[in-house]
Design a protein around this ligand. Structure first.
Ligand code: PLP
Length: 411
């Protein structure tokens, strides 16, 4: 691979064996190189992470767990030839504990954030049990109880609201927890721009005797970088993806208080998954090592600075921001009052044509269908990785405003 980037190396290898796919990979490389990427759940992983995801581990079967895990009492693997992957998985687990400075048990096998959430629920709940969460329209995720998702089909759901100001209404959480008596209370979101008060949630869960789970998929990189309060020590179970602010490949992780280790491990395998993806576990281990480097703290700090700068510019330009600002890597623009002729879909599509990628998003009290939506979600982690500074984000906000002002009502 002398002096070749990973992309060039793959191109060189792939062109001979499958030129069609090689051409598509090349197209995607170019798209990623040229786009202004503002999707809050995406990022650009390092070459090392991508190489690990394409390594010899791609084909290794390893159902089960490394035998040595002291907390879960796991008995080992169901396949031979696992000496190397055992070492890999143990290393990966240890690194993630270091990242979050925790003695929680960690399971690095979930294939995605959704699989992590399914396994987390199955570890302490049975079908029909009650969950109190934030619903999709207010910023929650599909796996937080949407009727279209396994979570809404398997469990009895209730949802807490955000107030008219867009902030989580903790009194509503408290009231609903007392009335509904959930078995599990879930904090965490896909589209919420403010610090979540984990202590308040933990106290409410304790009062009603519910498990307290945090889905930190969006903010995990900020927690790892020390710029967002941590749920460790407060939540019983914590899930995350590894590909958003954390900047790894697509994947999931589950952390749990030591006494839940066995339940979590058996919920992942054999309850919800078969063999783990060891190539992705290798990539997750590299992601963790990167998160432990001093420059990662700088990245996390810059994400916060950049998001505030961009959000402030939109406010200056006359846009309405849900909650009036941001504490993390994202914010939501609500067009319903300032630009009632616009839908989130129209803005997303027009920006796409101009090389800027983000996604339409429902806003609190949404009157449109999710496929239309009245807002967009803007995230800065990916472009911070690409080296954008606050002043670059301000310019991008101005460019977005220019594009939006040119959208014809009938478009
Ligand atoms: N949890 C949250 C809060 C998310 O935002 C997402 C994805 O956007 C997920 C879980 C699911 O992750 P995945 O797409 O890896 O299944």
């Amino acid at each position: 691979m002398n002096n070749l980037t990973l992309e060039q190396y793959i191109q060189a290898k792939m062109v001979d064996c499958d030129p069609e796919i090689a051409a598509l990979i090349h197209k995607e490389d170019e798209r990623e190189a040229n786009v202004i990427e503002l999707i809050a759940s995406e990022n650009f992983p390092s070459e090392a992470v991508k190489m690990a995801a394409a390594s010899s581990f791609v084909a290794k079967y390893s159902e089960g767990y490394p035998a040595k895990d002291r907390l879960s009492g796991n008995k080992g693997r169901y396949y031979g030839g696992c000496v190397v992957v055992d070492e890999l998985e143990e290393l990966c687990c240890n690194r993630w504990r270091q990242v979050f400075n925790t003695d929680y048990h960690v399971n690095v096998q979930p294939h995605s954030g959704s699989s992590a959430n399914l396994a987390a629920y199955m570890s302490v709940l049975k079908a029909g049990d009650k969950i109190l969460a934030m619903d999709l329209n207010n910023g929650g995720h599909l796996t937080h109880g949407s009727a279209a998702n396994f979570s809404g089909k398997l469990f009895d759901m209730a949802f807490y609201d955000v107030g008219a100001d867009g902030f989580i209404d903790y009194e509503d959480v408290e009231r609903k927890a007392r009335e509904f008596k959930p078995n599990l209370i879930l904090a965490g979101a896909s589209a919420y721009s403010r610090v979540i008060d984990f202590e308040r949630f933990a106290a409410i869960a304790k009062e009603v005797g519910a498990y307290f789970m945090v889905d930190m998929a969006h903010i995990a990189g900020l927690i790892a970088g020390g710029v967002h309060p941590s749920p460790f020590g407060l939540a019983d179970i914590i899930t995350t993806t590894t590909h958003k602010t954390l900047r790894g490949t697509r994947g999931g992780l589950i952390f749990a208080k030591p006494e839940l280790a066995k339940k979590v491990d058996s919920a992942v395998f054999p309850c919800c998954q078969g063999g783990p993806l060891q190539h992705i576990i290798a990539a997750k281990a590299i992601t963790a090592a990167e998160a432990l480097r001093p420059e990662y703290k700088e990245y996390a700090k810059n994400v916060i600075i950049n998001t505030k700068a961009m959000c402030d510019e939109f406010i200056r330009l006359g846009y309405e921001i849900v909650t009036g600002g941001t504490d993390n890597h994202l914010f939501l623009i609500d067009f319903s009052k300032t630009h009632p002729h616009l839908t989130g879909k129209m803005v997303q599509e027009e920006l796409d044509k101009n090389g800027i990628t983000l996604n339409k998003n429902c806003v609190p009290n949404e009157q449109r269908k999710p496929m239309e939506a009245s807002g967009v979600r803007v995230g800065t982690a990916a472009m911070t990785t690409k080296g954008y500074k606050a002043e670059d984000f301000v310019k991008v906000a101005q460019r977005i405003d220019e594009i939006i002002r040119n959208i014809k009502p009938e478009a």
